[in-house]
Write a protein that binds this ligand. Structure first.
Ligand SMILES: [Zn+2]
Ligand SMILES: [Zn+2]
Length: 344
């Protein structure tokens, strides 16, 4: 610095509010498929506030303040977030699970005590794919992981996880009281990205069929009300700790075993239950192998029409892939085709 002290001029800073308005200093863009609470935690930390205290900024009480907002985002808070971040209203509203057609199948949030040693802190709140978190530049939780019908990652083929691999505590990033990213356990600081085992093929096949059916439901195909697909799947009760329990309340390890038993032919439920919801689970499990083959066959057939001589057969056919192929086919014919909304 060559200037002498006498040349330095000091001017009174204008009021911070006048300078930056009501906006927060740092704005974080939501990631594709991100859950509202995940984005709020990242937004809080980017502005120097540990997530545990950010609920007070938004005037929402409780240790699970952000999970409450996932399920019910009040207009006053949505407006506040829009005002402070200057992001479009629809971009923020779209992160929440408001008006969710799959509510019955979202994993239930349980209010914990905040004490890692207490059993209430060990219930499942969130599940995640460790490989996805490892790939993320800024690790974030996906809306799709909140579905109880998801037990594995379609991208990486590994099982999801809903407990810390070190201490067994629940995944509760809203309780983080330091500026630590979401890939660290709030109870013991362990890295949550320790790999999980690959999911079995039969389990993923059943999981994919259910996911495809739910996509169709979200797209507006299927029944509504008490006989809708998510209502029926959510109404079925399975025995857990001696109690009849909906799938939305089962921990991941139990749901995974359930899917494997269903894929294996449901040995203990071979006789169809009189309950129509259990009957539906049985039917879907029996249809999974045929559905997988059918989608693969259709995919190969349509692909061969677009690029002759390239009949391919995917080991893991996906209805979403099939939809993309159909769109490509129709765009080649210069016609438009509406695509179904994903079951997020
Ligand atoms: Zn993954
Ligand atoms: Zn831990």
């Amino acid at each position: 610095m060559t200037q002498s002290a006498s040349e330095i001029t000091v001017t009174p800073a204008r009021d911070y509010g006048n300078e930056v308005g009501q906006g927060w200093p740092v704005v974080v863009e939501p990631a594709p498929g991100e859950l509202l609470s995940s984005w709020l935690h990242r937004l809080a930390m980017a502005n120097g506030i540990p997530p545990q205290y950010f609920g007070r900024v938004l005037d929402v009480a409780g240790g699970d303040w952000s999970a409450k907002l996932d399920r019910d985002l009040p207009g006053r808070i949505l407006n506040l977030l829009v005002e402070r971040t200057r992001l479009p209203t629809e971009d923020i509203d779209g992160l929440a699970l408001n008006r969710d057609p799959l509510t019955r199948l979202r994993m239930r949030q349980t209010t914990g005590s905040g004490d890692a040693r207490a059993s209430t802190a060990r219930v499942n709140r969130l599940q995640y794919c460790p490989a996805c978190l490892k790939e993320d530049r800024a690790p974030f939780f996906r809306r799709g992981w909140t579905l109880a019908t998801r037990v594995s990652c379609f991208r990486h083929g590994c099982s999801l996880r809903d407990q810390c691999p070190a201490c067994g505590g629940g995944i509760a990033p809203s309780r983080q009281n330091r500026l630590l990213r979401q890939q660290f356990c709030v109870w013991c600081d362990a890295d949550l990205r320790k790999p999980t085992l690959p999911a079995e093929y039969d389990v993923q096949r059943l999981e994919r069929l259910i996911d495809d059916l739910l996509r169709m439901h979200v797209a507006g195909h299927g029944r509504h009300g008490k006989t809708s697909l998510p209502a029926m799947l959510g109404a079925a009760c399975f025995t857990f700790n001696g109690q009849p329990t909906s799938i939305s309340r089962l921990p991941h390890r139990v749901r995974y075993v359930l899917f494997r038993q269903l894929a294996d032919g449901m040995t203990h439920l071979q006789k169809r239950s009189v309950h129509p919801a259990i009957d539906l689970w049985t039917r879907i499990a029996r249809a999974a192998p045929k559905h997988s083959d059918l989608v693969a066959l259709l995919s190969a057939e349509i692909t061969s029409q677009i690029t002759p001589g390239t009949k391919t057969r995917s080991r893991h056919p996906d209805l979403a892939d099939l939809q993309q192929v159909i769109v490509r086919l129709h765009s080649n014919r210069r016609t438009s085709l509406a695509t179904a909304m994903p079951a997020n």
